[in-house]
Design a protein around this ligand. Sequence first.
Ligand SMILES: Cc1cc2nc3c(=O)[nH]c(=O)nc-3n(C[C@H](O)[C@H](O)[C@H](O)COP(=O)(O)OP(=O)(O)OC[C@H]3O[C@@H](n4cnc5c(N)ncnc54)[C@H](O)[C@@H]3O)c2cc1C
Length: 307
Amino acid sequence: MNARTDIAVVGSGAAGIAAAVTAARAGRDTILFDQHSAAGGTGGFSGLTTTCGLFDDAGKFLNEGFAREFAEAIAASAPRQMGKVWVQPYRPEKFREVAVRLFATTPNLRTRWSEPIGEVVCEAGRIVSLNGHRVGAVIDCSGTAEVARAVGAECLATDDTTQAPAVFFPLHHVTRPLPTAAEVAQVLLPFTVARRAGRMIVGEYVLTGADVLAGRKFSDAVARGAWPIEQWNAQGVTRLRYLPPGAHYEIPARSLRAARVTNLFMAGKTISADVDAIASARVMGGCLATGAAAGNLAVASLASLPT
Ligand SMILES: Cc1cc2nc3c(=O)[nH]c(=O)nc-3n(C[C@H](O)[C@H](O)[C@H](O)COP(=O)(O)OP(=O)(O)OC[C@H]3O[C@@H](n4cnc5c(N)ncnc54)[C@H](O)[C@@H]3O)c2cc1C
């Protein structure tokens, strides 16, 4: 068994970056694990170019703090209005670059690449060790609730009928006039499959689609969202359900704390939400905001321990 760490974060997508940096900045010894060899997750490696869920319908940031800091650091241009919503254009390579810089410059933060979740030991409803490290708290930012799965915590799942996967065919060195079909093979980079469907850990409260559409507020709110409920069926058809004009909803701390494992927190695609609510909260602005909030909640849960 290795030395004790205060907080273990699993996953280095938008949620995991926010959670790990927030926890470490608060002075807690933090280790971030990812099964991949580099930081970025979906936002860094799937060829996406817009951060959604950062703004209200007037283009004002919904969440200050780390969500805004990271979004501004990766921005490729000014925020842009797309119909009823605002998005922030970004470049995936900048996403990865900023993550690397943050990991290299944040004190108290160590990273373990190419290290998937292995043994997770839970005793009396508390995780005591993860991959051989004794831990004070764990934040599951794996997108598919891998920590929860390892300890048998209850989960909900989306599926490919409401969150169909997409295939990206990135092209490089393309100028106008656009290449002919025969020329495309010369400029086509390897394609990637990106999965929207994830797994949500059942928390002390399950955020619902009705909460989202009603712009519901909570006394223990830790993050805000206003992105529509965005679902994709297997035929690639999108169904968007918008909040009323000017409205936003809140995400309670209870949706970031696992119901039956006292020191397990979650952020990004794994928060406690039903299939409708997660279809709004899963966009990257929501992942950054819940990541930072989960980092703070994990830190607060260790308040009685010395830093
Ligand atoms: C096709 C598609 C289009 C999208 N378009 C947009 C868009 O335009 N704008 C937007 O804002 N959002 C968009 N999204 C949604 C958004 O990108 C994701 O929901 C969000 O990035 C998820 O972030 P996350 O941090 O929760 O998880 P992820 O980014 O999925 O990160 C999870 C990390 O956990 C790691 N991991 C998984 N299992 C393990 C394990 N067992 N052990 C260790 N590590 C593990 C993974 O390697 C990964 O790095 C899109 C998603 C898809 C699929």
